[in-house]
Design a protein around this ligand. Sequence first.
Ligand code: ZN
Ligand code: ZN
Length: 372
Amino acid sequence: MTEANYEARRAKLLKKFRECGIDSFLISSVSNVRYLTGFTGDSSWLFLSPGLTVILSDTRYETQLSTECPHIRTEIRDAASTILDLAARIVGASGVRQTGFEAEHLSWATHRLLKESVDAASTGTLVPVSGLVERQREVKDRFELEQIRDAIHVAERGIAVVRSSLRPAQTETEIRYLLESAMRDFGAIGPAFEPIIGVGPTAALPHAHAGKRTVAEHPVLLIDWGATNIHGYRSDLTRVFLTGKPTKHIERVYQTVLAAQKAAIAAIRPGAKCADVDKIARGMIDVAGFGKFFGHGLGHGFGLDIHESLRMSPLSGQVFEPGMVVTVEPGVYLPGKFGVRIEDDILVTQDGCEILTKVPREFEEAFVGFLA
Ligand code: ZN
Ligand code: ZN
């Protein structure tokens, strides 16, 4: 990734200013600042206008900024001033009229203080802008796709270690630590999120915390995990491992979820509506009689963040485009019993889609070795 690439991203964003009614933009989301500049720190804002690009930061990041963003002007505040003072000063000095701010990322309290500072320093106004950088981030560029593939590869190597070392007496928490350390061994800077490790009834909680249940307690072991790679990109997968003899009921739930997932993936292509793809999986789970046990959306975009703005749900108004990356993760959760979710990472291609994740997902492949 070169400065020219970051500049191209900013140039693309600048083209959207007119339709948002802004002539400048204060970007405060950590991930959005990173996406547009390559800066990996936090507590720093980006001011962007057609004639000016400035990162607003403080002394903690002075050296890091000179290394990571040597081509971008920086304004460093001292302990006696706030980032709001800096922002107001730049807005005032640059003579802009309509400064956008990220409505989803600025608290009400911060916005109030920013408005006071800007009012005192200029005659410009602040304009709320929603999801502008996020929409640009929905379509991944080549660099991002390389990083996502890498984050998937690291996660897949990590789960292979866990799978081959599963033991009946292992607890969910022990599995979690082993998985996190294995992914770090293979190059992750950390997990993409706190891994969800659930045995039996714990697997029926879609976002369970790993606890004290042991593998031997129930034949269903659900693992939802991912890695964050060196460039901050993430992966997100879920598999169910069968660690004992499954009942016919478990098999039926598993096959229902798997068939729904496959049908949904088969429908992903440029022009397909996210809500329609969601409907395919939801309809199949419903017909099988498990509709009320699938309460969440079918999938989400991811990249620098684990949940990005692309969403597959009945409420989504979005349409797939080439270069988008999304999870497909239907699930059935039977309270007090067990849950099954199968999650893969999908890239929308020019004429269809590619499944980026390669961990086996067939029912027969879910059985772990120590049963034999
Ligand atoms: Zn997941
Ligand atoms: Zn997910």
